[in-house]
Each structure stands twice: as C-alpha cells, then as structure tokens.
Design a protein around this ligand. Structure first.
Ligand code: SF4
Length: 102
C-alpha cells in the first residue's frame, strides 16, 4: 500500500485534546475514529492492553505500544495509521493506492 500525503498533518488527539475512545473489545483507543480494522492501530489492541488486564488506564498509556504510537503522531507522522491521515491529515483528498503484488 502506498500513501500519498501532504503537509496538512494536525493530530486532534495531540493538539485539540480529542477524547479517547473505548472499543467493544475492551480496549482504550486514542480516539473514536481509531475504532476501525486499520492495521495501524493493531499494536494498541493487544490482549495485554485491555483495560481489564491493567490496574490503571495510566499503565496502558505508559506501555511501550502507546508510547510508540504517540511518538509516531508527534515525530514520525509518515508512520501514522492511514485513518489518522484521513481524519487529521489530508481529509477527503487523502488517497491510498493499492500496489498489487504480481
Ligand atoms: S485519527 Fe489518529 S491522529 Fe486523529 S485524533 Fe484519532 S488517533 Fe489522533
């Protein structure tokens, strides 16, 4: 998958304090838009990161997976999930081109 992006990156969860999301699977998510099958969020929905498997929500936010996710949003946006680019980047102009393996 190849993603074409421009410089309109503005993560609402970082700069506007967009509320976290909560999935039916029992995970906290960085926002409601993150409740998708987008593989970019897969590290955040590991079994060990379920709310039921942690003493506090802070423990989840301090996990390596969450710290790495926040790092992507703040320092390496090219590695952010496609969904993030859709909602907090290029909007409807965001394009994903499938490159088929032959
Ligand atoms: S779509 Fe991504 S960057 Fe935008 S608020 Fe949600 S988690 Fe943050």
């Amino acid at each position: 998958m190849k993603m074409e992006k421009n410089d309109r990156w503005f993560p609402h969860c970082i700069h506007l304090g967009k509320e976290k999301g909560y999935s039916a699977s029992g995970h906290i998510l960085p926002c409601c838009w993150a409740d998708t099958p987008d593989p970019g969020f897969a590290p955040l929905i590991k079994e060990k990161l379920k709310i039921a498997n942690n003493a506090t929500i802070t423990d989840i936010f301090q996990s390596e997976e969450w710290q790495e996710f926040i790092h992507k949003l703040t320092a390496e946006p090219d590695k952010a999930p496609a969904t993030c680019w859709k909602y907090c980047g290029n909007g409807k102009k965001f394009r994903i081109k499938e490159i088929l393996d032959t």
